[in-house]
Design a protein around this ligand. Sequence first.
Ligand code: NDP
Ligand code: MG
Length: 330
Amino acid sequence: MAKVFHDADADLQHLAGVKIAILGYGSQAHAHAQNLRESGCEVIIGVRPGGSFEAAQADGFAVSGVAEAVAQANWVQILLPDERQAGVYRQEIEPHLQPGSTLGFAHGFNILYNQIVPAANIDVVMVAPKGPGHIVRRMFTEGKGVPSLIAIHQDASGQARQRALAYAKGIGGTRAGVFETSFREETETDLFGEQAVLCGGTSALVQAGYETLVEAGYAPEMAYFEVCHELKLIVDLINEGGLAGMRYSISNTAEYGDLTRGPRIIDGGVKERMKALLKDIQEGVFAREWVLENQANQAVFQALRRRAAEHPIEQVGAELRSYMPWMKKR
Ligand code: NDP
Ligand code: MG
């Protein structure tokens, strides 16, 4: 079992006098920056000119380019897109990092897969909320927090853990529980989860279900409601009470169908393929593919993204959602 830390285990004093440069002002960054500021930490933003730069200024932060922010900071939290981090690190971070400072991540990809190799005199830690940035921000303003992970890759100062815990407290993580993991465990489980279950598995399951109903002659609207729209209701029940809680709330007919038919769809063959995905993640095969794909200017990624957006399920969904104006696009 992972070690868990709560509010009383973390002390914001470990960040006293530490100037934190948040790099980026996207999903995670805007939430970390605002939560830390409201926790009494000194926060500056480093980001390229553009929308994020202006948003950070509008929120009242001191904003500069990445290199300038790094040069002033004792803690540099890299909240840039994972596929950009290594390039920005080489050009704008590494030359300006002060010895003894902390380099922080919210995901372990670039450290685990050797895309960023920090000097030995730097603390390297991870503070990773297990939720999207806007939830990290909203929960904090409501006095709550999002469960978070910490990991220590390099502890040059001997204080990396206390500081990482203080940062996790500053963003609200210890309110919900902070679990200690490693860069390797966080990265491998995160990639597996999003590929096999949360994003990849779920999208493919929804699309296959939709196509099966439409090809059998049912109305696309009915298909969309059944296999896509209602998914949220089921996921909310699972989130609140686990699989058992979800099964308690659904009808007996649904529960019997679940228990007897589910394993016929997601059978042993799926698990075998899941193991193959996990092996690709563990052996760096997926990481190398994604790094090279970015060097190829995302040729495959952009083509697949366009083709997915052209699938009929998207048109039907857009129309049905337009009748429900409260389902705002983010
Ligand atoms: P976003 O894509 O939301 O934000 C990226 C930010 O980086 C933007 O402000 C963008 O600015 C800026 N940026 C991009 N390229 C550059 C550059 N070359 N120089 C300077 N700034 C740049 O990122 P996320 O918040 O999604 O992800 C950040 C990290 O957090 C990643 O490591 C991710 O794995 C991790 N994470 C993300 C979660 C999430 O829910 N999103 C959950 C947990 C961890 P601009 O507006 O100019 O493009
Ligand atoms: Mg994840």
